[in-house]
Design a protein around this ligand. Structure first.
Ligand SMILES: C[S@@+](CC[C@H](N)C(=O)[O-])C[C@H]1O[C@@H](n2cnc3c(N)ncnc32)[C@H](O)[C@@H]1O
Length: 256
């Protein structure tokens, strides 16, 4: 039976690769590398570098594939994501049928960790449910951008004994600061932090974490908000794309 390895490759630094992930790369006959257009060429480049650096097994090959683009016009958010996942599932199915022999192992190199804001696992389950190609799969964890953010700022993720929420820019207003004292925000295209009015709030922001272009800024939200907005706009313009993540916090350890 075909075997699939879903490998977390870390958030941009090839040294985020764990020994388990390196060993998994070397079990694969075929390494699948997603490409997301010219603007995000660096992301595919990190994956190529990882394969070049760590694959020691001879005879394996790399197959690059274009990830379908999500369409949003005239669709609800859920409808648009569902359609997009269906189209990626069809791509995966073609790859597995066309590129992987019956008893071979294929690896998908997933950014960060596969369990966090990534749909590879649910899309693979979708392919399985379609029933055209049978396979087993396993997941190898990776260093997430959330870990990279906390490490670069040298902060613990949570306040002592307190919960946290991980959310998106679209939904930040629902959680911080009313529902949680620590919120981590990913996938924020609108810089939702700029609308948070709380004099106690602190922000720990990071872009291109783990890469040579890494930038981090932290401080009282009210004091560094404009600096983050300006820096973000400038680097996004220069690079043509951006990946950023931030943690918002108020309160302190032990203050119940
Ligand atoms: C589709 S999610 C993938 C998350 C990934 N699975 C992880 O574990 O980090 C993409 C989001 O992750 C965050 N992200 C991923 N890598 C990053 C990096 N190197 N620097 C800053 N943010 C990053 C950004 O918020 C980005 O919008």
């Amino acid at each position: 039976m075909r075997h699939i390895l879903v490998i977390g490759i870390g958030a941009g630094n090839p040294e985020h690769m764990t020994i388990q992930a390196i060993n998994a790369l070397n079990r694969a006959d075929v390494l699948f590398i997603p490409t997301k257009g010219a603007k995000k060429a660096e992301l595919a480049e990190v994956r190529r570098e990882i394969c070049g650096r760590y694959v020691t097994r001879s005879g394996s090959r790399t197959v690059e594939f274009a990830v379908p683009v999500r369409r949003t016009e005239g669709r609800s958010y859920a409808g648009s994501v569902d359609e997009w996942h269906a189209s990626i599932a069809a791509t995966y199915e073609r790859l597995l049928e066309g590129e992987l022999g019956e008893d071979q192992t294929g690896a998908f190199l997933v950014w960060g960790d596969p369990m966090l804001y990534d749909s590879t696992i649910r899309i693979i389950e979708r392919v399985r449910a379609r029933g055209r190609v049978s396979f087993e799969f396993e997941v190898i964890p990776g260093i997430t951008s959330l870990q990279a953010l906390c490490a670069s700022h040298r902060i613990p993720l949570n306040l002592v004994g307190k919960p946290l929420e991980i959310t998106t820019g679209r939904r930040l207003a629902e959680s911080f600061p009313h529902r949680t004292e620590t919120a981590v925000v990913m996938l924020d295209g609108e810089q939702a932090f700029q609308h948070i009015e709380d004099s106690e709030a602190e922000i720990y922001w990071g872009a291109y974490l783990g890469t040579p272009d890494e930038i981090v800024i932290s401080g009282r939200l009210a004091e560094v908000k404009d600096e983050i907005l300006k820096t973000r706009a400038a680097v996004r313009e220069r690079m043509g794309w951006i990946m950023d993540i931030y943690l918002l916090r108020k309160g302190a350890d032990f203050d119940d």
